[in-house]
Write a protein that binds this ligand. Structure first.
Ligand code: DAK
Length: 260
């Protein structure tokens, strides 16, 4: 986890992860993907961390994709290993038992958009651009983009972005429902802090269960998803947070959640 290309900082309940390769626009190589996976596992297991924020170093790029130079040297076998590593890393982000916010501070292209799509919430700067330009390179999205983009924006729009490789502005991405909020650069960090604090006021145990139910539901039809929710909901009542939340309401005070 001591990769200089990945910075980790824990502050006031928030685990900040910064992909730190600004000269190459934070392009993802295998080393960074390994480090990102380890960082997610570590912050996921750290009870001090209630929300994770993922961003890129510099003002130009969140992540401009998988490292094109590294891919140039790959044969099909090496590509399979790289693809598996990317999938494992994105799945780690998606399955983290706490919310992950993508603070998109610039280009989110190819593997960069796929990384943002694996997160739960996207706050983007006004000058951010989103796209899956893989087909312009003779590739197609290989870190989950064909699936997660369709879930996020539907088939027609996913086909449009993937077949043309065109970029969306932050405003377009917001209009498509891909991005939660778009803000000027000067407000990006504070907006993310506001989002994180709003989440952290609530029960971590309930959020963990809700996130799992929501994401599991994406793999199911509506009736199976509803059945899953019905199965999972009673688990809230086995958690201290639920007792605290209900009691605090009745006692007309703010709840103090422990996440247990
Ligand atoms: N990889 C490596 N280097 C990159 C890069 C990338 N994705 N993006 C930018 N860079 C480097 C540039 O090469 C340049 O380095 P130098 O030439 O100065 O050494 C430096 O970052 C600054 O970039 P530019 O000079 O190009 O900056 P501009 O402002 O002119 O343009 C740009 C910014 C973001 C529009 C442009 O850099 C660009 O188009 N970048 C590539 C974006 C892209 O195509 N991204 C998708 C990458 S493909 C798979 C697994 C994964 C994937 C696919 C398959 N399997 C194994 C099956 C995923 C693929 C991708 O993500």
């Amino acid at each position: 986890m001591n990769d200089p290309h990945l910075l980790i900082d824990i502050h006031d309940g928030i685990g900040w992860i910064t992909v730190n390769r600004p000269v190459q626009l934070n392009a993802l190589n295998a080393e960074i993907l390994h480090a990102l996976r380890a960082a997610m596992e570590s912050l996921g297991a750290n009870a001090e961390v209630r929300v994770v924020v993922l961003t890129g170093a510099g003002e130009k790029a969140f992540i401009a994709g998988a490292d094109i130079r590294a891919m140039q040297a790959m044969d099909a076998e090496a590509a399979r290993a790289f693809c598996r590593l990317g999938h494992a890393c994105m799945s780690n982000i998606a399955a983290l038992p706490k919310p992950v916010i993508a603070m998109v501070n610039g280009f989110a292209l190819g593997g960069g958009l796929e990384t943002a799509l694996a997160c739960d919430w996207i706050v983007a700067v006004e000058h951010a651009q989103f796209g899956l330009p893989e087909v312009t390179l003779g590739l197609f999205p290989g870190f989950g983009g064909t699936q997660r983009l369709r879930h996020a924006v539907g088939k027609a729009r996913a086909m449009e972005l993937i077949f043309t490789g065109r970029r969306l502005t932050a405003r377009e991405a917001h209009a498509w429902g891909l991005v939660n909020t778009v803000v000027p650069a000067a407000e990006l960090r504070n907006t993310v802090l506001d989002v994180a604090r709003a989440i952290m006021a609530n029960s971590p145990a309930a959020i963990r269960l809700a996130k799992r139910a929501l994401l599991q539901g994406l793999n199911m039809g509506l009736s199976d998803g509803l059945h899953y929710e019905e199965e999972q909901f009673p688990k809230c009542f086995e958690r201290d947070d639920c007792v605290e939340g209900l009691t605090a309401f009745v006692e007309k005070r703010r709840p103090v959640f422990t996440g247990k």
